[in-house]
Design a protein around this ligand. Sequence first.
Ligand SMILES: Nc1nc2c(ncn2[C@@H]2O[C@H](COP(=O)(O)OP(=O)(O)OP(=O)(O)O)[C@@H](O)[C@H]2O)c(=O)[nH]1
Ligand SMILES: [Zn+2]
Length: 331
Amino acid sequence: MTLARSRHDYDEDDVRVRPGRRGSRPRTRRRPAHESAAAGFVTAVDRGRYRCLVDGHQVTAMRARELGRKGVVVGDRVALVGDISGEPDALARIVRVEPRRSALRRTADDTDPFERIVVANADRLVIVTALADPEPRPRMIDRCLVAAHDAGMAPLLCLTKADLAAPGDLLAVYAPLEVPSTVTRRGEDPAELRKLLAGQVSVLVGHSGVGKSTLVNALVPEASRAVSQVNAVTGRGRHTSSSAIALELPDGGWIIDTPGVRSFGLAHVPPDGLVAAFPELAEGAVHCPPNCDHLQPDCALDNWVAQGHASPGRLDSLRRLLAGRDEDPAG
Ligand SMILES: Nc1nc2c(ncn2[C@@H]2O[C@H](COP(=O)(O)OP(=O)(O)OP(=O)(O)O)[C@@H](O)[C@H]2O)c(=O)[nH]1
Ligand SMILES: [Zn+2]
C-alpha cells in the first residue's frame, strides 16, 4: 500500500530527538533502559489508567514519568515494569512505547480541541455504514477511506441492515474504488466479516446506530463482559467514555471499538496527502499545472480518466473530498 505521507514515522510526539547538553549522542542511540521489562499490548485506556495484556493476563498500568509527553493509546506495544502480577490493586508502569506500524488520527472537533492518535498498530479500518436507519452518508465513507490511507491501514466497507434495504446502489458507488466490502443483516451470523477480520487488528468506526455493538457482540461472545470489566477498572460506562477498547477475536486478532470517534475530518491531511490516497490518480496528477487544486478545467485528471487510466468514480470521490476538506466530519 502506498502511504500518503513521507512521514513514515507514526509517532508524532517523540520525533524530536534532542542531543544531550554536552553534545553527547542522541537519546535514541542509548541502550534502552529497562531491558528486563515485560512486553504488553494496550487494550483500553481511560483516565490515566492503561489496561495491558501481558503474557495472556490483564495488567493495569500507569505511565512512567520518563515517558514525558509520549502518548499511549490502544493498540500500542509497550514495555512494563513494576507489579505485573495482574492482582487486584497491582499497578505496573509503562516505561517505553514501541515504534508504531500505523496510527489512526481523529481531528479536533467540538468534543476535543486536539488532533490525537486514537489507535496504534491497527491493520484495518472497518467503515460500518447502515443501508438504512440511519441512511448511508457517502461523504463520511470517503473521509474514512482517506483517514485509513493516512493512517497506513487497509479499509473495509461493512454495510449493515441489509434486511432493511438492498446494498446494490451503495456497492455500485464504491465498486470503482476497489475497496473490499461485506454485507450483514439482522438474524444472520456475520461469517464473512469474521473471516476477513481473523488474525488482524481492526478498528470499527461508524455513526451512532449503524450496528457496531451488534457486530461486536456477534464477533466476540465475551464482549459485554469484557467491556464491563474495563468499566469496573475505569469507572465509566461505554457510552460516556470516549476511549477505545480492544477485544480479542475468538479466531485470533483484535477488534477495536472507538465509542467516542464516529468519523474523521481531513483537516490534518494535506491536499497532496488526499491525492496520494488515490494512487492511480496521483500518477496522472504529474501532468497537472503547478499547484493544481484538481477542481479547475485545466486539471489534467479529466484527460487522465478519459484515457482510461482511472475510473470516473474515483475522480469524483477525490474531488468531493478536495472540495469539502473543511466540512463537518460528521456530515
Ligand atoms: N434491522 C436491523 N437492525 C439492526 C441491525 N443491526 C443492528 N440493528 C439495530 O440497530 C440499533 C443500533 O444498533 P447498535 O449495535 O447499538 O449500533 P451502534 O453502532 O453500536 O450504536 P452506538 O452505540 O450508538 O454507536 C439497535 O436497535 C440494533 O438492534 C440489522 O442488521 N438490521
Ligand atoms: Zn489537477
